[in-house]
Design a protein around this ligand. Structure first.
Ligand code: PMP
Length: 412
């Protein structure tokens, strides 16, 4: 991946400005907004437009924010609006993320949770272990605090903890271990319970913090679920959990939360006060009202079924169009699967998926190239597809177009 390093000819930028790397994923939103032809959008990891509960949100909005009271437009408490904190605690009760009020801070989405975690733990030059591939914006947050990244391979059971140990022994113990344990972005892999336990054990041994970024865990296709790292840690302060409403309600809300040991709360509050004072109060009230009205459970149940249907459609389409040139993962939830090309390029090998991208876009399909998910550029032959935001017939069409693009590359 080409990382854009910033510099300025005349202004005295901070050293850290050179560590601000752009997000290929986020930039795809503006890139695609500028296209006028028909494109099947398998790039961005957003919930399906039709899955966003816009009508239910509009229904609760007047009481939540629009009843003529100025109250919802004031500053909020930094730790979060009491109504949302209470509704969130009730939502989490009985789940693997069950928690208590003294552990919760409401944030501006998952991204702010990741920023807070890195701000609290990462000094310039510190090692942060990340999955390889990983969610770029998460590793970019670590880089923005001038971390050095340790890329740890992922297989069908998630981060390979034995390789993390070997890397840590060879290159130094990471201060932070960043993981997306469930339906990982981008691979779709879920870390097994045994791996989660091994990871916690290693983090304890090393004195590392585990940043547990688990935004998709409620979106599994089956009922059985692997316990969260939060639950398995059983109150050990080493786990810093980052969660968001972006995938289960809507990303434009920009509302999420972090769940941390209460001993961190004063520092978290200080960090957030120096950042944005408090999370957008009207949106906190809106989410609280949505939860209080009991909409979430049914909404998530419908989404899970629909996303499963879409994932199956994508598996079928891939089998139909790409089985001779690629292999791919079969996630049990979430939004994404990961395709590795094995052939189809001009020399018979796999084409570079960054070079393939403009050809695919011209054919009317968008994805995210694999190298967007590795600062070291380890995945030139891979790509991430989001199945969640596109209906099955369009998924078929998108994968068909991908094949056409590949054939065009292969024949030069
Ligand atoms: N972590 C992961 C793994 C994600 O996939 C995302 C969203 N793509 C986020 C964090 C960020 O969540 P939010 O949009 O709530 O900031």
């Amino acid at each position: 991946m080409t990382i854009t390093r910033t510099s300025h000819p005349t202004l005295p930028l901070a050293d850290r400005a050179a560590s601000l790397v752009g997000s290929v994923i986020d930039s795809s939103t503006s890139l695609l907004a500028g296209q006028t032809h028909d494109i099947v959008r398998l790039a961005m990891g957003s919930p399906a437009r039709e899955a966003i509960p816009a009508a239910a949100l509009a229904e609760v909005a007047p009481a939540a924010i629009g009843a003529g009271s100025a109250d919802a437009f004031d500053y909020a408490a930094t730790e979060g609006d009491p109504a949302l904190r209470e509704a969130l605690l009730a939502m989490l009760e009985g789940t693997s993320d069950a928690t208590t009020a003294d552990r919760l801070t409401i944030t501006a989405g998952g991204m702010q949770g990741l920023d807070l975690a890195n701000k609290l733990f990462v000094d310039p030059g510190d090692l942060v272990a990340v999955e390889s591939p990983t969610y770029t914006n998460g590793s970019a947050t670590a880089l923005s605090y001038q971390a050095r990244l340790l890329e740890v391979p992922v297989d069908h059971e998630g981060m390979v903890v034995e390789q993390l140990r070997a890397l840590g022994e060879a290159r130094g113990r990471p201060k932070v271990i960043y993981t997306i344990p469930t339906f990982q972005n981008p691979s779709g892999a879920t870390m097994s319970r045994a791996r989660r336990e091994a990871l916690l054990e290693l983090a304890r041994e090393w004195g590392s913090v585990v940043v547990d970024d688990d935004p998709y865990r409620m979106l599994g296709f089956a009922d059985e679920e692997v316990p969260s790292l939060h639950e398995l840690a059983d109150g050990d302060p080493l786990v810093f959990s980052v969660r968001t409403f972006s995938k289960i309600i809507a990303p434009g809300l920009r509302v999420g939360w972090v769940d941390t040991d209460p001993s961190l709360q004063p520092l978290l509050i200080n960090a957030k006060q120096a950042m944005d004072t408090c999370t957008n109060l009207p949106m906190q009230r809106l989410v609280a009202a949505f939860l209080q009205a009991g909409h979430l459970q049914e909404h998530v149940a419908v989404q899970r079924q629909e996303y499963r249907r879409r994932k199956e459609a994508m598996q079928q389409a891939l089998a139909e169009h790409l089985s001779d040139v690629a292999r791919w993962t079969d996630p049990e939830g979430g939004f994404f699967l990961w395709v590795t090309l094995e052939g189809g390029g001009a020399d018979g090998g796999p084409p570079d998926t960054e070079a393939l991208f403009p050809v695919a876009l011209a054919e009317g399909v968008a994805y995210i190239p694999g190298n967007a998910f590795s600062a070291e550029g380890r995945f030139p032959d891979a790509l991430r597809l989001c199945f969640a935001s596109t209906p099955p017939d369009r998924i078929h069409e998108g994968v068909r177009r991908l094949r056409v693009a590949l054939d065009r590359m292969g024949t030069g």
